[in-house]
Design a protein around this ligand. Sequence first.
Ligand code: ADP
Ligand code: MG
Length: 354
Amino acid sequence: MAHSSSSVTGEFRLIRQLAERFSRSHPSVLRGIGDDAAVVRCSTRQRLLLTTDLLAEGIHFDLRTATFEDIGYKAAVANLSDIAAMGGKPHVMLVALALPRTATSSQVERLYRGMMRICRPCMVVLVGGDTSASRHGWFISMTMTGVASPHRILYRSGARPGDDLWVSGTLGDSAAGLQLLAGPTPSKLAPHHVRTLIARHRRPTPRIALGQLLASQKLATAAIDVSDGLSGDLAHVCEASGMGVEVVAATLPLSPALRAYALSRRMDAARLALQGGEDYELLFTAPSSARGRLERLSRRQARCPLTRIGTITRERFGLRLRQRDGELVAIPRLSYEHFSEPCDKTLTNGPPRR
Ligand code: ADP
Ligand code: MG
C-alpha cells in the first residue's frame, strides 16, 4: 500500500494492494485472493472452497425497507452464490454478528430464520461464529465453505478469445426492486410487476445447480456471479482472463417487469441491466462448440433460461457494447464499488447500497 494513513480510493484497488502486499503462495492454496472463493487442496480427490461476505447496516441494507428475514436470507445468498460461481457444492457456514444495544433476541432469531430458509434446502450446516456488541448498527458476516472436484472448478480467469458470453435468468430486477422499496411507486406500473421486482430483490436465487452442472460437464471456461452489477462483474472476468468482450445490448435478458418499470420511469432498461447489482445470476463464458448443449439446457430450465449476450475478444479491444443502433461503444462502468463516486448518479435513486 502506498501510505498507511492515506484514505481508501476504490474497493478493488485496495484489494489488489492487499493481495500484492500480504498474500503468499502456498502449495495447498490453489487460488487465493481474486476469485469468488479461495480454493484449497484438502486431498487428492477434493478441493475446499472458502468465501465470506459482510453486510453492514446503512450500506447493504436499511431496516426501514428490509426485514430481518430478508437480511439473513441475503447474507446466505451472497455466500451460496459465490460457491455456485466456482461450480462447488456448499457445505458449512459460520456467522459473526455485531449487534447494537437496541437489538432483541427475536430480531436475531428472525435473521437466522431467513438464513436457514435458503441454507437448509442447500444442506448447509451452521457450525460456528462470533457475537459482539456494536456502537454503530448491525453487522452480519457469513463465511461459507464448499467442496469441489479437482479439474471441475470454474475460475474467473478461464475465458478465451471467441468464447461466447452467457448469463442465467434476467438482469436488473433486483436493482429496480430496491428503487421501488426506497422511493415512490410509479403510478403506471402494474402491481404484479412491482411485486415481482421487489421479490427478486428480497429473495434472489443462488444458481447452485447450474454452477455445478457447468463445472461437472466442463461446459464453461470461466464464471462469476453477478453481485455488483453486470458491467463491473464482467470487467472482473475480462481482467482475470486478460481478455476483452463485445456485449450485444439487444440480447440482454430483461424481464417483462423490468421493461415495464424502465418504461414507467423513462429509464433505459439495458442500462439498468448493466448497472443492477444483487441479481446473483451466473455470468459465464463457453466455447461455441458448447452452444447446442447450453441451448438445450436452457430450454429444460424454464425458470432460469440461459442467454448468449456477447463474445470474448482479445484484450486490446477492451470492453465494448454493441448498441441497438449498431454503434460500438465502451461499456460504461455503472456497477457499485465501495469508496468510489457513483459514475452516473442519475441512475441510482435508492439509498446507498453495498
Ligand atoms: P465477491 O463479490 O465475489 O464476493 P469481492 O469483490 O468481495 O468478491 O472480492 C474479490 C476478491 O477479493 C475475493 O477473492 C475476496 O476474497 C478478496 N477480498 C475482498 N476483500 C478482502 C480483504 N479485505 N482482504 C483480503 N481479501 C479480500
Ligand atoms: Mg462473487
